[in-house]
Structure formats: C-alpha cells, structure tokens
Design a protein around this ligand. Structure first.
Ligand code: NDP
Ligand code: DGU
Length: 295
C-alpha cells in the first residue's frame, strides 16, 4: 500500500508520519536543525526531557515561525520524574515555550534516581501512568494525547488491564534489524499507533551499508536512508523519526518511496541474520523490560 502522510490516533488527532528526531542533537545545532526542518516541510518534532535540549528545540520552533497548530510536538517524561508527573509536564512546557504538547510519552517503564544512573524500586511505573491519565484528564489544554515508549507486550498487557486511557502511541525501536513483530501486532490490534525510533539504526548504522537496502536505493534512485524511512512509512499504523542535524539530510529524509510487499518482506528478513538494538532496555537497570530478545 502507498506510504501514508499521517496516521490517525485513538484521540482522533492526525499524527504526521515523519517527524524529526532530536536525541543527541546538541544545543547549538538542534535549534538550527528544528528551524530548518520546519521551514522545509516537516510538521512533527520529537524530543524528550532526557535529551536536555527542550529549550533549544523550543527556540527552533519559535524561529521557524510555524503556527503552533500546524506542528505536532512530542516530548517524554524522564525516568527520574516518575514520582512527580504534573511538575515534569510543566517543566517540559516551560522549556519548550509552548502552551501544549500534542503527545506526551512515558519514556521508559523504568523509574530511576535523580541523575538516571540507578533504578529505583519504591515506585511502580503503573502509578506513573495513572498520574499521566490524571494530568491528561485535568489539563486537556496542556496535553492532547498521552502514550508510552519502550513498552513490550507483557508491559502493555499489565497497563491495559487497569488503564482508563489507552495509550495513543507506543514509541519503540523499529528498523530492519529490530522488527519487533509481536509488539507491532499487539499495538495494531489495540489501536495504538507505533512510532519507529532509530529508523536508520541510529549512529554509524550498518544498515546504511546493507546490501538489500542499497539494492533498493539504487533501484529507486534514492539514498539508503530513504529506503529505511520508507519501510516504516509504508506500514499502516506506524510513524517514523529520522534524526539529523545536517540540513541536506533533513531535507532528503522526507522523501518517501512506495515499496512493494515483497520488498518490505525482504527488508524485514534482515532481522533474522543481523539483529541489533541501538537502545538496550538493560541500561535502565530494570532488566529486559519484557522484550523477548532480553528476557
Ligand atoms: N523513545 C526512545 O527511547 C528513543 C527515541 N528516539 C527518537 O528517535 C529519533 C531517531 O533515532 P536515532 O537513534 O537518533 O537515530 P536514526 O536512526 O534517526 O539515525 C540518526 C543518525 O543517522 C545519521 N543520518 C541522518 N540522516 C542520514 C542520511 N540521510 N544518510 C546518512 N546518515 C544519516 C545522523 O547523522 P547527522 O545527525 O550527523 O546527520 C545520525 O548519526 C531520535 O533522535 C529520538 O527522537 C531514539 C532512540 C530512543
Ligand atoms: O530516547 C533515547 C533513549 O531512550 C536513550 O535515552 C536511552 O536509550 C539511553 O540514553 C541509553 O543509554 O541507551
């Protein structure tokens, strides 16, 4: 099926299919990258309190002069803020210099200490979700949708058993070396949109040199990165976040090609022989977080 330009959330809102990623986009560079993206066709930006760049992302948004209602802005609750959800939301809004978020995600189901070096075990992430639901209900003017990130099937099952709000999105690692079919299928069945992070395989990705990826890039006259972004954009229930601080790449990453079902299957097969994750859940100190390649 042809690639989408937006995907409908369970709130009714449209989420633009391609968003600019900003993890490791340093202050100084990130405001220019965000401004460049927003003045060259992007309408969706992804950041996180953990990236320590929300203020600069906010500056890039302001400098672009894009009307707020034309932008889809996502940020994430940091692992060290699970105990103080309302204050964390206000801090992100202030840093981003925006009256509201289009989407606010629990970054990891993994509460951590103040400087995110150690896990803490006296707080349950399910209570964090309940606090996010409460803030969302009390302040619809501040947050238009809530969701999760780095949630495996067992963690989603635990959440859905008590949730009064079904997460709008689960943002997870998705690329040909990390295809996660179980969680993609589960979310799709439950009406939860997937957002593909590290779609190029993150920094210094071997996927950019992969033979299948390069074969398709040559066939369609595009860059390997376009094949990788297009793979996600060609899926029905998926949005995708290529990150770059390089203007030419920011522009070119928006170009999506329509892949055939056979080409999609060939790309997804790469996982069978060359599996990797750029972001291992174990970094949080909470184990594999229910992901089958860790537990
Ligand atoms: N929820 C979560 O836990 C996570 C969320 N994310 C989100 O997803 C976004 C994307 O993931 P990320 O890990 O950053 O990695 P990506 O897969 O987007 O890859 C980014 C890397 O690819 C390079 N690159 C970008 N475009 C091209 C191109 N056209 N050709 C060649 N190289 C290119 C970038 O370099 P350069 O910038 O120098 O151009 C950078 O080194 C993040 O920025 C973040 O917003 C990511 C990880 C975890
Ligand atoms: O969004 C980005 C990621 O979640 C990142 O914050 C973590 O993956 C972590 O820093 C790590 O070291 O792996």
């Amino acid at each position: 099926m042809p690639a989408s330009t937006s995907v409908k959330l369970n709130t009714g809102a449209e989420m633009p299919t391609i968003g600019l990623g900003t993890w490791k986009s340093a202050p100084g560079a990130v405001e220019l990258a965000v401004e460049h993206a927003l003045t060259h066709g992007y309408t969706h930006i992804d950041t996180a309190a953990a990236y320590a760049n929300e203020a600069e992302v906010g500056k890039g948004i302001a400098d672009s002069k894009i009307p707020r209602e034309k932008l889809f802005l996502t940020t994430k609750l940091n692992n060290n803020n699970h105990k103080d959800v309302p204050a964390a939301l206000d801090a992100s809004l202030k840093a981003l210099n925006t009256p509201y978020l289009d989407l606010w995600l629990m970054h990891w189901p993994a509460p951590m200490n103040e400087d995110t070096t150690e896990p803490i075990h006296d707080h349950d992430w399910l209570d964090t979700w309940k606090s996010m639901e409460a803030v969302y209900a009390a302040h619809p003017e501040k947050v238009k949708a809530i969701g999760v990130s780095n949630f495996s099937v067992p963690y989603l099952e635990r959440l859905l058993a008590v949730a009064t709000v079904v997460p709008a999105v689960n943002q997870i690692e998705l690329h040909p070396s990390c295809t996660q079919p179980e969680v993609v299928e589960f979310c799709t069945k439950k009406g939860i949109v997937l957002t593909a992070y590290s779609p190029l395989g993150s920094d210094n990705s071997p996927l950019l040199k992969n033979e299948v990826v390069n074969g398709l890039a040559t066939k369609y006259g595009v860059q390997p990165a376009n094949v990788l972004v297009s793979l996600q954009a060609n899926k029905k229930n998926v949005t995708v976040l290529p990150k770059s601080v390089t203007n030419s790449r920011i522009e070119s990453n928006l170009k999506v090609i329509d892949l055939t079902d056979a080409e999609i299957a060939e790309l997804q097969k790469i996982d069978e022989t060359a599996h990797f994750r750029a972001c291992k859940p174990t970094w949080t100190g909470h184990g594999g977080l229910g992901f089958p390649d860790f537990d």
